[in-house]
Design a protein around this ligand. Structure first.
Ligand SMILES: [Zn+2]
Length: 217
């Protein structure tokens, strides 16, 4: 199974990874994590990436394509993969298609997670984290702490991240939609888009995907 996953901030994209990885026994390949790892290792490429990302710029198509290509050639990705954060541009999508078709392969589905903007905003603005044990809460859902602003596990005062504000998430949503529309159209034209409800629990969203593609769990 060869999958792509897309979704706006807080649509639960990250939490689909483990479900899909386990169910199909394929690697979850996130370009964001690949970049971070390379930077952590301090390689020549890592330094190059850090300079780009520190400036708030995007990693260009050639560099991104090359990294993804060498990752997809690894043994564990031969029987399939879940791509997350890639392709980000139409040239990247075309590159991926060419790379796969050279091997007689193709993308099976492009998962497009969707959810009401109100819900996405609540998921972000309601997020509270325990600075001591790392437990993540949400004051607008059943993940809320028993006592307001206090960690259930260790009693520490919860904190809200400075960029988890309504203005910032709204801005990120606009950027996301502008950037992603051409990619969605690209896969829609190929009949590969599966629109999956991201407002459910992580498992609910995964089961919905299986149902939509006609697979039973
Ligand atoms: Zn805690």
């Amino acid at each position: 199974m060869r999958l792509i996953i897309m979704g706006p901030p807080a649509s639960g994209k990250g939490s689909q990874g483990p479900f899909i990885e386990n169910y199909y026994n394929i690697p979850h390949i996130s370009t964001g994590s690949m970049f971070r790892e390379e930077i952590k290792k301090g390689t020549k490429l890592g330094k190059e990436l850090k300079a780009i990302l520190d400036k708030g710029q995007f990693v260009n198509d050639d560099l991104t394509n090359e990294m993804v290509r060498s990752r997809l050639l690894k043994e564990d990705a031969r029987k399939g993969f879940l791509l997350d954060g890639y392709p980000r541009t139409v040239p990247q999508a075309e590159y991926l298609d060419n790379f796969l078709s050279e091997q007689g392969l193709k993308i099976d589905y492009a998962i497009n997670l969707y959810a009401d903007e109100d819900l996405l905003i609540k998921r972000v603005t309601g997020r509270r984290t325990c600075p001591k044990c790392g437990h993540i809460y949400n004051i607008y859902s059943d993940l809320k702490p028993k006592k307001m602003d206090v960690c259930d596990d260790c009693g520490t005062s919860l904190v809200k991240r400075a960029d988890d504000t309504e203005e910032i998430i709204k801005e990120r949503l606009v950027v996301y939609h502008n950037k992603t529309e051409p990619i969605i159209k690209y896969y829609k034209d190929k009949g590969l888009i599966v629109d999956v409800d991201g407002s459910l629990t992580a498992e609910g969203t995964f089961l919905e995907f299986l149902k939509l593609i006609g697979e039973k769990k």
